[in-house]
Ligand binder design. Sequence first.
Ligand code: MRU
Length: 365
Amino acid sequence: MKINGKAYRTIWLREDGWSIEVIDQLKLPHRFETKALTSAEACAAAIKTMMVRGAPLIGATAAYGLCMALREDASDENLERACKMLAETRPTAINLRWALNEVASAVRNRPRTERVAAAYARAAELIEDDVETCRRIGENGLKLIEEIAARKPGATVNVLTHCNAGWLACVDWGTATAPIYMAHDLGLTVHVWVDETRPRNQGASLTAFELGSHGVPHTIIADNAGGHLMQAGAVDMCIVGTDRVTANGDVANKIGTYLKALAAKDNDVPFHVALPHSTIDWTMPKGVNAIPIEERSADELLRMTGRLPDGSLATVEIAAPGSPAANPGFDVTPARLVTGFVTERGRCAATEEGLLSLYPERRKA
Ligand code: MRU
């Protein structure tokens, strides 16, 4: 997608052919900077500190991290060490483990001399797969927006989203935002309610930034405002991304998603979840009280960083000194609260049968 008229992806191979460059998301929306990552350790640190974040992008970064580890030492021991080190960076998004497994499977049965090339080839495929997958999610989700637009000719379609499931969370397009970008590009009048998404504010700092850069009308709202807006009839549909969908259709996503789904149910507002195939954890039968939930630093809650009038950045404390804070990073929305899934293969019910109808190869014999 475009920033200042220039097309970007969130991750790309540098001219040297082996290291990668990423957008430093810790600096957004105040500064647009890119950073080179030249080792598996640097990739792991970028994921852990959330310089890169969002389920598909952390998978892509980890995939290249594994390539760089193999470039230094293509032994079995180093392959397993690097996989473990990269997998431990963040626990909730299944895309991370999926991407590492894809690259590791492409090299495990090969002689050492072939491993680096095979790993880079597979990582490049994963990147292209993510772009195409998100594009198709966009096409399949676009129909939802078109259906609403047809019911209220000439009026704005109001979409609510939580966190950042945009192109900054993926390689391009985004998952939840892809249908929105496509609708906007086709000339439909779409407006997005952007949950600020405390404590790290991915909505205010990233989703608003990327929608604004593309020219999509949007309004940032406090996380607590969504229920009120739904009651007032100001939300036509919600669409969010996800970090892991279990076999029964339960959805892990950024903390606060569950409350939005409850409010949507109470107000008969459709609540859709956009996801790529790499986000489905077929090994987990259910998600509620089962998916590991990342517990992040209390500092994220107790401090805020922002821009001062002179353009410099400052971090301030916002709570009573000494008060402890708890900071679970994700929650799990039960499948029963989800109206439907939007995937690269089409739309389906948020049930095991629904998922299997789109991915029949996963059906157990
Ligand atoms: O902690 P983050 O910023 O990595 O969390 C991201 C989200 O929860 C996204 O909405 C989710 O990963 C889906 S990304 C397409």
